[in-house]
Design a protein around this ligand. Structure first.
Ligand SMILES: [Zn+2]
Ligand SMILES: [Zn+2]
Length: 284
């Protein structure tokens, strides 16, 4: 799984890519074709569908997630729109896959037969608490009230590290979404560094996401501290809005690109059949 950096034309080219989109196949409210229409209208060069695959260690799927049958239909539909819009837009086939310790075997079984462009590995569950669910917010705050946010943050980051170590994924999704409700870690840097070191070792990308700008934390994921370290390690970045409807397809997109550039990046990653190609972004 090599990484190619396209050096030529860096100052002129501008790529508009959204690599994190949910459709009606999981918890999104817009259809694949609606996203394609919107993407063409708004000048996107590439988008990727990344619906949820949330499989628990007992093999059951979460409500709102793809299951075996829906996964098959999802892939079929994605191939159809890919064909239909192919002359105007590149459509990548992806998934946002939950890492939950013990679910690896089921994931391998379900994913094995499909030819995905890339898989986002995300951690949404820490010890049974779904960290980005408003219904679980009180549970999470209770836990943090008892043991402090630093402890919770470290536990989350260790899970992200384990997700990376499975070797199943190409991108780490919203790497510090655990800050969602407005908490900031006062340490945890060692755990972050360890995760980024593993990401580098596995030739993966991390995602820069505007999702946090629509959440109480009101911040792009990842934090500046993580971005500085990622830049130092030259870890490629994907860009996504975590869209759940067409209205979110370019949510704060300029802010995302400016954020990426502020840390010295002049390219973002495109991924085809698990192969990362870094494309230049405008430097002005
Ligand atoms: Zn997510
Ligand atoms: Zn998502």
């Amino acid at each position: 799984m090599g990484i190619i950096f396209l050096k030529q034309g860096l100052s002129e080219s501008f790529v508009k890519i959204n690599y994190h989109i949910h459709t009606t196949f999981s918890d999104g409210s817009s259809r694949m074709s609606d996203y394609c229409e919107a993407a063409v209208r708004k000048g996107f060069e590439e988008i990727a569908f990344t619906d949820h695959l949330t499989v628990f260690p007992d093999g059951s799927s979460s409500f709102g997630s793809l299951d075996r049958l829906r996964l098959e239909n999802y892939v079929k539909e994605a191939r159809m729109v890919c064909e239909k819009y192919g002359d105007r837009l590149t459509v990548r086939l992806g998934l946002e896959v939950d890492y939950i310790p013990g679910n690896e075997k089921f994931l391998e079984g379900m994913l094995g037969s499909y030819d995905f462009d890339f898989l986002i590995g995300s951690v949404h569950f820490v010890g049974g608490i779904c960290i980005d669910s408003p219904r679980h917010r009180m549970l999470m705050e209770k836990e943090i009230g008892k043991n402090g946010f630093n402890k919770f943050y470290s536990a989350y980051m260790r899970l992200v590290g384990k997700a990376v170590e499975t070797g199943l994924f190409n991108v780490v999704g919203h790497i510090d979404i655990v800050r969602i409700w407005g908490f900031t870690p006062s340490n945890g840097f060692l755990e972050e560094k360890n995760v980024l070191r593993l990401v580098k070792q596995h030739a993966m990308c991390i995602e820069v996401s505007s999702r946090g700008l629509r959440q109480p934390v009101n911040s792009i994921y990842p934090s500046q501290r993580i971005m500085r370290k990622a830049s130092e390690l030259e870890i490629p970045l994907t860009v996504g809005t975590d869209a759940h409807s067409v209205e979110e397809i370019d949510y704060a997109y300029d802010s995302l690109i400016n954020y990426v550039k502020a840390f010295g990046y002049n390219s973002i990653a495109a991924i085809s059949k698990r192969r990362i190609i870094c494309k230049g972004i405008r430097l002005c």
